[in-house]
Write a protein that binds this ligand. Structure first.
Ligand code: NAP
Length: 320
């Protein structure tokens, strides 16, 4: 098998392709031949050693992937050899040609969803679902601001909010990203780099403010967000890369809530609901992961640089 291995935490250059012995499924394990692996910003934090969760060295990075079941260990029989699946984490890392998984990390991939799309399901779509429905309680008739809609989580949030009957305002920082956000179902798109863009968002809501904000960069936006919320509004902090000063009175004045979330803290019961919702949406075509860039597996370092650059356009995936 081939896998990206990290022997020390550091920059993208610490990731190198290595060849090793093929894996075998032990009891309670499923072996998956990986056809595509998804690249997420969190993979870069883990690679750098700055994330709360630090794997033992050496390790193979990656939580997202899709492929076919190659082997099923004893007591892991909810899938069969040959099944198309997407992964919700792995035991051995997804930036590889093979990965071992526990049964709760393997989900059926509907026939209408490609492997490259399947590599962009778990982290982005489960995060968007948890944020929008389980944390914010978003519902039909409400409006939602997807603040950072052009990337992996944002596109997922736009598609599911639109399908759920919400009015969707998305933001992007490039023309290409804005066009994609509109194509994916946003009713309105605003550029988060243009001064005064929050006034435009308030105008779009008739001055009433937004019910739900899905926030991808809270350290830049949380103060502005509190001032854009409607009465009873909720902002879900999904992405954050630093500190910010806010005036708590802005939340008090509108009975607003600031809700934090980390996907890895979702309970097993919540995850059952999330994956059931995702499967239904993938199957009926309302959820369609957008693959913006594909890199060969050996170019994982380039993919990590790309995922941190501005001008997001859907998902970045690695092909073993
Ligand atoms: P991504 O694909 O790299 O997309 C990043 C998004 O942030 C793009 O839409 C980008 O827009 C946008 N952005 C850039 N500057 C912004 C600004 N000033 N205001 C608002 N948005 C801005 O990343 P992702 O996978 O969607 O993840 C988004 C964030 O959520 C990351 O920080 C990630 O680590 C975090 N995350 C957290 C969880 C969790 O469990 N809490 C799970 C998944 C992801 P342009 O490039 O068009 O400017």
């Amino acid at each position: 098998m081939e896998a990206i291995r990290i022997h020390e935490f550091g920059g993208p250059e610490v990731m190198n392709l290595e060849t090793g012995a093929d894996l075998q499924a032990g009891p309670g394990q499923i072996l998956v031949d990986i056809r595509a692996a998804g690249v997420n910003p969190v993979d870069t934090y883990i690679r750098a050693g700055t994330y709360a969760m630090k794997p033992d060295l050496p390790f193979t990075p990656g939580m997202d992937g899709a492929g076919t079941v190659a082997e099923v260990g004893d007591d892991a029989a909810h899938v069969s050899v040959g099944d198309r699946v997407y992964l919700a984490g792995t035991l051995t890392g997804s930036y590889a040609s093979q990965a071992l998984c526990s049964p709760d990390q393997v989900y059926p991939l509907p026939d209408n969803v490609s492997f490259t799309q399947g590599a962009g399901i778990y982290v982005p779509y489960a995060t968007a679902w948890r944020g929008l429905f389980q944390r914010a309680g978003g519902k039909a008739g409400e409006n939602v601001l997807v603040h950072g809609a052009s990337g992996g989580v944002g596109i997922a949030a736009v598609q599911m909010a639109r399908a759920a009957g919400m009015t969707v305002i998305g933001t992007a920082g490039s023309e290409q990203g804005a066009a994609l956000v509109e194509e994916q179902g946003a009713h309105h798109v605003v550029d988060h780099n243009v001064p005064g863009y929050t006034d435009k968002i308030m105008e779009l809501t008739g001055g009433l403010g937004v019910d739900v904000i899905m926030e991808m960069l809270a350290n830049v936006n949380l103060d502005k967000d509190l001032n854009m919320l409607a009465y009873g509004g909720r902002v879900v902090v999904i992405g954050n890369r630093g500190v910010i000063e806010i005036n708590p009175r802005d939340a008090m004045a509108r009975d607003a809530s600031i809700l934090g979330m980390v996907l890895l803290l979702a309970s097993p019961e919540d995850l059952v609901g999330i994956h059931a919702g995702l499967y239904a949406g993938l199957q009926n075509g309302t959820l369609k992961p957008v693959v913006g860039k594909e890199f060969p597996l050996e170019d994982a370092a380039r993919a990590h640089a790309a995922v941190m650059e501005p001008g997001a356009y859907g998902k970045i995936v690695l092909i073993p």
